[in-house]
Design a protein around this ligand. Sequence first.
Ligand code: NCD
Length: 316
Amino acid sequence: MGDAALFNHKHIIALRDLSADDIRLLLTTAENLKEINSRDIKKVPTLRGKTIINLFYEASTRTRTSFEIAAKRLSADTVNISPSTSSSTKGETLSDTALNLLAMKPDIIVMRHNISGSHYFLAKRLSCSIINAGDGAHEHPSQALLDMLTMKERFGRLDGLKVAIVGDVSHSRVARSNIQGLTKMGSHLFLAGPPTMMPPGVERLGNVTVCKDMREAVDGADVVMMLRIQLERQGKSLLPTLKEYSRYFGLNREILKLAKPDAMVMHPGPINRGVELASDVADGDQSHILNQVENGVAVRMAMLYHVCGGGTVDAG
Ligand code: NCD
């Protein structure tokens, strides 16, 4: 881990802010740390004495649990706060909550919030590190990093891969972070989804082609990444029925045949079975959904490690 000092970011808020070298370093660190997760004693003293607060204003199963497990595996102390148990229910502002938490001297606040850009707002006001665990429809850097790690493990590279991303791209922070990250790593992205769920000008975000038909995006793809419809972020209904959505933008075995024979099927979870993804595909041989979850712990260990200044990983 001699190259840890190369990571010059106090916060990780968006992959837009990271270079290809930063992403490479995070992925390499994650690959090195991953082995700890299969040990009998899954703990190293690397972040001993560090305090990490997980502040989640939106629902989460995978992201919150894996940030907590990642911190614990590195021996940091963790505290979890969710809105139903915090003073935000009593009218406290985000800024006041954060300043009060800061008074307790955490080293990192990992936050999920429904407002895009809320992490930049906090990063300007707080002296601790901020990690974005998802901000509205903006970015979800840890998800894209774990997605990239899973693809890299499978293909040994990210450069030149054809990645199809299908679904509610407009409201997906997962799609936005993957577009930023994968473009920097040399992959080619092909997006498909209902026109009402495709952000205008998305091509300008990276190496992106927008396809009218899902089949065009999936054709010859190395990776097919399916997205959940973010009903909670849609002001009004953007589609006639879920059945119709599934017919045009759901991945089933027949459509998957258009991709490369060894193509990976990915999904950030939670899956809506039978809507964006047929159950037999979700549970099939080409599905890497649980590998993604597994890699989430290693990637988050790497993120926590690098925002704490890196140093030598003591694997003893
Ligand atoms: C994603 C999220 O919260 O943005 N889930 C996750 O973090 N694993 C995707 C989603 O909710 O659909």
